[in-house]
Design a protein around this ligand. Structure first.
Ligand code: TPP
Ligand code: MG
Length: 577
């Protein structure tokens, strides 16, 4: 072939684009610059090309952890986090994270490669054959498949809108292998892309609904504000703080709303939870759902039947009345609803009755004082309180670090003991109480925020995503993992009732040294047995920013069954304890 003819072909190639490139261009056009995933057929080259195109492509050891990283990226940034997987098994591994994201209202998009439609639909046994779209549909907010390169722009745009508009959630985007190799004219390809304008439009509450809510709130004798993780997601931090402070009403943060206002705020009722839930007469829910975490808004926790009236702010109209009657529903996005309430409150909003406020603060201060001595013990073996007492000081001194937390006792006690000072710094097991979010959340949070991460993990909880410490070392992320090692699930002391050679179902190898695991990947491992040693080791890790894993030896007898939710274990009348 002549040199001139060769040049002609090159020029022609330059004027073409393909499915791989269009997916990357569509994401970048919409400001999405990070992908979390695991490579393999048919998406290996997609990851390579995305990296070559300047995107951050973070490869994990298991898709569930990549999915959790994407989900928490969505929570922290209000942009959908992207998880990229291979077909069938990789897709299924990512699906747990997608379902969990949807349950928690985190915007994410699971993009999975899939096998050839012709073969899948005839069930002829293709490589990693699975009808992924059908399987994903009931587990997420929306699911789409793109068959033609010219539709990639529309597919990505629809996925983004579905993930972040209204109540955020998980979206599945199915991209069959053949799509990536499809070639089309580059100019037509560029024109086919869609930049999503205003992906999460404000939803303004109706004035009558705002008035109804304020009238009820004003009439309250014992008002309470409950902040949920939706309030944290909204990034309406200043407005929410102003609303709480202007109203003078005690507030209770749900777990991932901690720090929206500091836990040390004078109006915080965090340490008087039982009292405020039982005795409040009007409750304003801001981005918090009346699910199991709030005992469904009824029963013993909530005091006398009929003693409560609820005002609820939620972007999803169908959330109203899901568990109990909502007397004043306020449907809209949280930022707009809070602004409308503030405006309606005017200048002269009356303070809540002083005896209510002082009852709450007295109870809170009593409970805090009761707890204090337990947090100060410096002995071995550590119990949860003494170990958490050490970490509590560290978080106070480093309020902008991100705190990731999972486990049973390790979770429930840390939630109560560790005060948070800034919004969106506490990331945990969320609505499902799922184990396995730890390392995915830690990686996602470190990548998205650039802040140091402190992940406090039960030894069981850690095991669900533990292999990702290699990922943390590979990307040299400023993550310090502390494992509360009590030799098992809830406790390390159970015995096999038969006396047989198998250990009990809830216990692990005694005296495990998780710190040695990270050394295999060049990270720093430390074994600690006292709160002072723990404090020292965490401070060194946080100062250095080096990937660190601290094995914190906890008394195997210290925990209780299922942490704080042992009451949810079914009890048969036949089973004597
Ligand atoms: C995916 C998943 N599997 C199982 C569970 C049940 N579960 C709840 S807490 C927990 C582990 C608790 O042990 P650990 O993390 O060591 O915390 P500890 O109470 O011992 O401090 C398990 C397995 C769950 N919540 N999620
Ligand atoms: Mg444990």
């Amino acid at each position: 072939m002549s040199a001139v003819a060769q040049m002609g072909i090159n020029a022609e190639e330059q004027a073409l684009t393909d499915g791989f490139q269009l997916v990357i261009d569509a994401l970048k056009l919409n400001g999405i610059n990070t992908i979390y995933g695991v490579p393999g057929i048919p998406i290996t080259d997609l990851g390579r090309m995305a990296q070559a195109a300047g995107m951050r492509v973070i490869s994990f050891r298991h898709e569930q952890n990549a999915g959790n990283a994407a989900a928490i990226a969505g929570f922290l940034t209000k942009k959908p986090g992207i998880c990229l997987t291979v077909s069938a098994p990789g897709f299924l591994n990512g699906l747990t994270a997608l379902a969990n994201a949807t349950t928690n209202c985190f915007p994410m998009i699971l993009i999975s490669g899939s096998s050839e439609r012709e073969i899948v639909d005839l069930q002829q046994g293709d490589y990693e054959e699975m009808d992924q779209l059908a399987i994903a549909k009931p587990l997420c907010k929306a699911a789409f498949r793109v068959l033609h390169a010219a539709d990639i722009g529309t597919g990505v745009a629809r996925a983004i809108r579905a993930a972040v508009s209204g109540r955020p959630g998980g979206v599945y985007l199915d991209l069959p292998a053949k799509l990536f190799a499809q070639v089309m004219d580059a100019a037509a390809g560029a024109r086919s892309l869609v930049k999503v304008i205003d992906p999460a439009p404000a939803q303004i509450p109706a004035p009558a609904a705002v008035k109804r809510a304020l009238d009820l709130l004003k009439s309250a004798q014992r008002p309470l504000i409950i902040l949920g993780k939706g309030a944290a997601y909204a990034q309406a931090d200043d407005g929410i703080r102003e609303l709480v402070e202007k109203s003078g009403i005690p507030f209770l943060p749900m777990s991932m709303a901690k720090g929206l206002l500091p836990d040390t705020h004078p109006q915080s009722a965090g340490a008087a939870r039982s009292l405020v839930l039982k005795d409040a007469d009007v409750v304003l829910l801001i981005g918090a759902r009346l699910n199991w975490l709030l005992s469904h808004g009824k029963g013993k926790t909530w005091g006398a039947p009929g003693s409560k009236q609820f005002i609820q702010i939620d972007i999803e109209p169908r959330e109203m009345d899901s568990n109990v009657e909502i007397v004043a529903p306020l449907v809209g996005d949280i930022g707009s609803c809070v602004s409308a309430l503030l405006e309606g409150m005017g200048r002269a909003w009356p303070s809540p009755p002083a005896d209510w406020v002082s009852t709450v603060t007295t109870k809170r201060d009593e409970n805090i004082a009761k707890m204090a001595p337990k947090l100060m013990k410096n002995s071995a073996p550590m119990d949860y309180h003494s170990a958490l007492g050490a970490l509590r000081t560290i978080v106070k001194e480093r309020p902008d670090a991100i705190f990731v937390n999972e486990g049973a006792n390790t979770l429930d006690l840390a939630r109560g003991i560790i005060d948070m000072y800034q919004p969106r710094k506490r990331l945990d097991v969320g609505t499902w109480g799922v184990m396995g979010i730890g390392m995915g959340f830690a990686v996602g949070a470190a990548i998205e925020t650039g802040k140091p991460v402190l992940a406090v993990e039960g030894d069981s909880a850690f095991g669900f995503s533990g292999m990702e410490i290699e990922t943390i070392c590979r990307y040299n992320l400023p993550v310090c993992v502390v494992i509360f090692n009590n030799d098992g699930i809830y406790r390390g002391t159970d015995v096999n009732p038969t006396g047989g050679p198998d250990v009990a179902t809830t216990v692990f190898v005694k005296g495990s040294r998780y710190d040695k695991m990270i050394e295999a990947f060049g990270g720093v491992g430390v074994n600690v047995t006292t709160p002072d040693e723990l404090k020292r080791a965490v401070n060194v890790a946080m100062d250095s920013g080096k990937p660190t894993l601290i094995n914190a030896v906890i008394d195997p007898a210290a925990g209780s069954e299922s942490g704080r939710i042992g009451n949810l274990n079914p009890q048969s009348a036949l089973r004597k304890k």
